[in-house]
Design a protein around this ligand. Structure first.
Ligand code: GLC
Ligand code: CA
Length: 612
């Protein structure tokens, strides 16, 4: 086993409820989107060798774990989230040898590697699906096959088994002329849903997971893992199917009904996760499991991540990144900070005694936080607001996830024409909402995609100010698969690395603080000044215990671009006055923070952590 350089928290400190404390209880995870990270062979796509070549940068940042978005063999309909062979690497990214080399080089540096596990669905080009088209094949029941609606001509509009829409546009059913039936796909039609009711499917998934763990990977981020158990009636019929005892929901403005209430957190969710734990993880250690969990409430998070239930270590919940829109993400609303604070408080308090939270504002499906809730319109506010949001997130209790480029304060793409986008979600949504259902104007939809589209976080990593930002091979620079943000001339790793005032250096400090201070990683979390519209304030408290000095931290962050008063609860806590050595970290530096707190005000985007 590789040796890892971080010290696990002593068991006298309570984290998720497990004893001994899990190794990851004070860890920070960094997400890599391989196709946009580093290209080494000059084809314009990032690759595994590119990741290996940047490990020293990641080790310097101080993160503990790297999560790779999918690098398996894939037709790339959804950038690798459509897998045609789970036990091979897509040639776009390299080879299994490259993967072994990455694992070895990462482990040498004390970095763990977590792979994406996409098993709600496969690619329609997976051998299992090909075989499944034959009703007499042993794989016949590995997917959700259903006949056409009785009395309708199979394959014609209206003959779909029910009215469910796909998250990527159109019906969630696709007709297969070979089989003469429809298959369910919650995502694109090239992503057919696996039938988890079938034990042979589950066995194949667990075998594959064991194969990767035996090869040296350190865990999995499980793609939409809370969509695997679907609600059916006693006869196995889905809602709205002919003869089903379960009624479907009414269709929405785009002409389809929403499968989510019937597919998210379904009746066998806990059973499947506990079975996976037993079949794959029991008897192993040093691993991490994190489930992507659309439709999961804070209360259910407590159950699933309670170690006593043997399911998953942590989940990604979505309410905090889904609420700031008018019904659909393409109609964004400005941030309502008190609402965000109350959602976060719900997450934090649900796992105050057992279970665990993961902490994120960004990933490959979300816009950049600095553009979304900060201010990327000028350099001063960009740097300040990127630091303020980073500080707020990292001072919560849980495991922080840093999405590639977030540590540089990378911004949204700011594309202005549809042909600059690559993501099937944005392109299909435009077609469906603007051209087919005509429920949103072209201007409004373009603004929606610019604000919330997934390509915002998928532009190439900005390594330096050279052509294509140092993303493609330096000796053979070639146009990347998606445009580099022109602001790479000012925002890039080379410029930030040695600058003590950069966003990069600030993230380094935030990560180090979690490693060194158990109050940050494990202290109780309490929201104060909940109603304040601009300031996010909370405390972190840890009781002293054998081998642990306890302590209390006050976190205050002005998440607006104007000077504001320090709200009352926070004011009361600093009433006795604060000195420079008490400032653990601050966006404007310690001496500035002391003056601000004495004056009972915070400058634009000023955020401070005080040791009380
Ligand atoms: C998850 C992934 C997203 C993908 C979808 C379907 O939400 O994060 O990128 O498109 O699942 O696999
Ligand atoms: Ca490449």
């Amino acid at each position: 086993m590789t040796s890892f350089n971080r010290e696990t928290l002593p068991d006298a400190v309570r984290t998720n409820g497990a004893t001994p404390n899990p190794w990851w209880s004070n860890a920070v995870v960094y997400q890599i989107y391989p196709r946009s990270f580093q290209d080494t062979n000059g084809d314009g796509f990032g690759d595994l060798k590119g990741i290996t070549s940047r490990l020293d940068y990641l080790a310097d940042l101080g993160v503990d774990v790297l999560w790779l978005s999918p690098v398996y063999k894939s037709p790339q309909d959804d950038n690798g989230y459509d897998i045609s062979d789970y036990q091979d690497i897509d040639p776009l990214f390299g080879t299994l040898d490259d993967m072994d080399e990455l694992l070895a080089e990462a482990h040498k540096r004390g970095l763990k590697i977590v792979m994406d596990l996409v098993v709600n669905h496969t690619s329609d080009e997976h051998a299992w699906f090909e075989a499944s088209k034959d009703k007499n094949d042993p794989h016949a029941d590995w997917y959700w096959w259903r006949p056409a609606r009785p009395g309708r001509e199979p394959g014609t509009p209206g003959a779909e088994p029910n009215q469910w829409g796909s998250y990527f546009g159109g019906s969630a059913w696709e007709y297969s002329p070979e089989r003469g039936e429809y298959y369910l796909h919650q995502f694109s039609k090239k992503q057919p849903d696996l039938n988890w009711e079938n034990p042979a499917v589950r066995r194949a998934v667990y075998d594959m997971m064991n194969w990767w763990l035996d090869r040296g990977v350190d865990g999995f981020r499980m793609d939409v893992i809370t969509l695997i158990s679907k609600r059916t009636d006693a006869a196995g019929r889905l809602p709205g199917e002919a003869g089903s005892e379960i009624e479907d929901l009414p269709v929405g403005e785009e002409g389809y009904s929403n499968p989510n209430p019937f597919c998210a957190d379904g009746p066998r969710q806990d059973e499947f996760l506990a079975e996976m734990r037993r079949e794959v993880f029991d008897g192993r250690d040093g691993f991490l499991t994190v489930g992507e969990a659309p439709g999961i409430t804070a209360a259910r998070n407590e159950h699933i991540t309670d170690p006593a239930n043997g399911e998953l270590d942590m989940l990604f919940l979505f309410e905090h990144v889904d609420f700031d829109c008018e019904g659909v993400k393409w109609k964004p609303l400005p941030l309502d900070l008190p609402r965000l604070k109350s959602i976060m408080a719900g997450y934090q308090t649900a796992v105050a005694n057992v279970g665990w939270a993961s902490l994120f504002t960004g990933n490959h499906d979300q816009p950049r936080v600095v553009s979304r809730w900060g201010d990327d319109s000028n350099e001063t506010d960009r740097v300040l607001s990127a630091k303020a949001w980073g500080l707020v997130l990292h001072m919560h209790r849980g495991t922080p996830y840093v999405y590639q480029g977030e540590e540089l304060g990378m911004t949204n793409a700011h594309f202005t024409s549809l042909d600059q986008y690559r993501d099937l979600e944005s392109l299909n949504a435009y077609r469906q909402r603007v051209e087919e259902a005509k429920v949103q104007s072209p201007e409004s939809m373009m603004a929606g995609i610019a604000a919330r589209g997934r390509d915002n976080s998928r532009t190439p990593m900005q390594w330096d100010g050279s052509a294509y930002a140092g993303f493609t091979a330096p000796d053979a620079p070639v146009e990347p698969w998606i445009a580099v943000n022109p602001n790479h001339a000012e925002i890039n790793a080379a410029g930030e690395f040695d600058d003590p005032d950069s966003v990069y250096s600030f993230y380094k400090q935030l990560i180090a603080l979690r490693h060194s201070d158990p109050v940050v990683s494990a202290g109780d979390w309490e929201l104060i000044d909940a109603a304040d519209p601009h300031v996010y304030a909370f405390t972190r408290t840890l009781a002293a215990a054998p081998g642990v000095t306890g302590g209390r931290l006050l976190v205050v962050a002005n998440l607006s671009g104007r000077t504001v008063d320090l709200p009352s609860d926070a004011s009361a806590l600093v009433a006795a006055g604060v000195t420079e050595p008490q400032i653990a970290i601050a966006t404007y530096g310690a001496s500035h923070a002391v003056v601000s707190l004495a004056n009972r005000e915070l400058d634009p985007w000023e955020a401070v952590v005080v040791r009380l």
